[in-house]
Design a protein around this ligand. Sequence first.
Ligand SMILES: [Zn+2]
Length: 112
Amino acid sequence: MAGPSLKARIKAGAIRFVRGMKFPKEIRRNCPWCGKHTIHSVALYKRGKERAGSWGARRQAGRKRGYGGQKFPELIRTAKTTKKATLRLKCKECNREMMTYGIRLRKAEIAA
Ligand SMILES: [Zn+2]
């Protein structure tokens, strides 16, 4: 790929906001483990399911117990209209995965 990267263009202010974006299924970029440019498969990162028994969840359950339980205001309306899209890149040579920076997008999709 020629020219400055998407990250560099966003940083420089050339791109302020991206409405929607299609990502290629495969991308050629440097693999830090292989030490060279290899082909990576692209997938969208999705947040995992939260554990009900995690310390944060148990602490919050204890706070909410009894009379007047909620300890901080619940978020009702968010100011943001976009979500950050993070890409999961998997090197086809060493099968290691890495994630990219998140960019704000209304809609992110991987080209079929
Ligand atoms: Zn690799």
